[in-house]
Ligand binder design. Structure first.
Ligand SMILES: NC(=O)c1ccc[n+]([C@@H]2O[C@H](COP(=O)([O-])OP(=O)(O)OC[C@H]3O[C@@H](n4cnc5c(N)ncnc54)[C@H](OP(=O)(O)O)[C@@H]3O)[C@@H](O)[C@H]2O)c1
Length: 431
């Protein structure tokens, strides 16, 4: 330790994938010089102290009070997840300890309450690791865009979903096989529904909307559509039109209201987001003055997430050493803002119909769309397995529409006797 340097005590709640990697980074030399404070890890909370782990056993405890009640701990790092984390984080803040967390569920659900507690206690709540693992998207929105107005964010924030869609496209797998492969490689949980059904991405979008648009997003308010309706054939048609299907989060600040949505969408194959493959994450932000800015990298995993967590610890420790704890968090401002009705989301749409191939079907489809003022930009029709359609047999009609509100497009897809399956509808996002 450098002589005369302030000591900042650190306590960890959790020492699993992220916690163990954070401890490894905290043990690296040179942090004190970079921070202006000497970091000292004093306690690590775990469930099972007998488990083998690369951590000084003397630091381990199963009693949360050993962390929260230690007056020499200034920064609590919450990397345990689960229901028990919330009350511990709230208590740590009330005890005037700054908190660093990687817990997206907690920040999405209780961010408002926790930020208010942090403000009242003049301490920090830092959560870079909660969105996009190792990519510095929270910092970018909070600091780099502080002098600008963010008008749009569009990104890929769930590595599992991105991996699954990438493998469907590149490996020709169906969704179930792609999910199994993701599980075997450790990208997907045993129960992949939080990822595949879009809720994990929605939690992260809610957090980003708070930072980008100053919007307080009630938990569960982001309209979500998961991947389950995407079939291998949709990838082939998207490619034919010059697009790729990606699991997107989209946020726009319209001034009067904020539009938020999570869904698979077609993106132009030359766009940067179309080329974010596998388990990687990326967020494209657009500032009124700056224009586009891309943040791209490893969106999960122990070490990448620990980079975000430990960088937050260093930031918070620097503020404590400078006698300015809470300054960063105090700058996060948000308020209730109107959320745009998802039916008003205006986009071009990809539509796929499985129809009986008989005279007049195309005219009736065009009529249904026309009645809702949805116009067709491009259209292809094929028979079974890509062969020319046989009269009376099933045919696939795929089209891209011009921009129209989602509600009108949905109304135009009303069931009709010539439709053999419910139509599929995916937005096209021009990024
Ligand atoms: N893994 C990632 O790639 C990633 C990426 C971004 C964000 N995150 C977030 O980071 C957090 C941690 O994730 P992780 O993957 O590191 O989890 P993990 O590997 O399951 O580790 C959880 C740690 O917390 C401890 N723990 C859990 N519940 C506890 C309790 N009630 N009392 C005491 N200790 C408890 C566990 O103790 P034992 O070791 O004794 O079981 C373990 O050390 C989560 O909020 C997650 O959403 C993870």
């Amino acid at each position: 330790m450098l002589r005369g340097m302030k000591r900042v005590g650190v306590g960890l709640l959790g020492c699993g994938t992220v916690g163990a990697a954070a401890l490894a980074l905290l043990a690296k030399p040179g942090l004190a010089e970079r921070t202006g404070a000497a970091l000292e890890v004093r306690r690590v909370l775990v469930r099972d102290p007998e488990k083998s782990r690369a951590c000084d056993r003397a630091l381990l405890t199963t009693d949360p009070e050993a962390v929260l009640g230690d007056p020499a701990i200034d920064v609590v790092v919450e990397v345990m997840g689960g229901e028990a984390a919330g009350p511990l984080v709230a208590r740590a803040l009330d005890l005037k300890k700054s908190v660093v967390t990687a817990n997206k569920l907690l920040v999405a659900k209780s961010g408002r309450d926790l930020l208010e507690r942090a403000r009242r206690a003049h301490v920090d709540l830092a959560f870079e690791g909660a969105v996009g693992g190792g990519i510095p998207i929270v910092r970018t929105l909070r600091e780099a865009f502080a002098s600008d107005r963010v008008t749009r964010i569009c990104g890929i924030l769930n590595g599992t979903s991105n991996y699954v869609l990438t493998r469907m496209l590149e490996g020709g797998l169906d969704m179930a096989a792609a999910v199994r492969e993701a599980q075997e490689l450790g990208y997907a949980e045993a129960d992949p529904s939080l990822d595949i059904d879009g809720h994990d991405a929605a939690h992260k979008l809610g957090i980003l909307a708070m930072l980008a648009f100053g919007a307080e997003v009630p938990f569960g308010a982001v309209p979500v559509e998961g991947l389950r309706s995407v079939e291998p054939v949709d990838h082939r048609f998207a490619q034919r039109f010059g697009y790729r299907i990606k699991p997107l989060v989209v946020g726009r600040d319209h001034g009067d209201d904020v539009e938020l949505r999570v869904h698979p969408a077609l993106v132009p194959e030359k766009s940067v987001l179309a080329n974010v493959s596998g388990a990687l994450n990326a967020v494209l932000c657009e500032g009124e003055a700056l224009g586009p800015c891309l943040v791209y990298g490893r969106g999960a995993g122990g070490l990448p997430t620990a980079v975000s967590v430990v960088s937050d610890v260093l930031d918070v420790a620097r503020s404590i050493a400078a006698g300015a704890a809470g300054l960063g968090t105090g700058g996060i401002r948000f308020a209730a803002r109107a959320l745009r009705d998802p039916g008003r989301a205006e986009a071009r749409y990809y539509l796929r119909f499985t129809v009986r191939d008989e005279p007049g079907v195309l005219a009736r489809l065009a009529g249904q769309l026309g009645a809702e003022r949805v116009s067709i930009e491009q259209l292809v029709q094929v028979g079974e397995e890509g062969r020319p359609p046989l009269e009376g047999g099933p045919a696939t009609v795929v089209m891209l529409t011009h921009a129209a509100p989602a509600a009108r497009v949905r109304a135009a897809l009303a069931p009709a006797p010539f439709m053999l399956e419910p139509p599929r509808m995916l937005p096209v996002e021009d990024v």
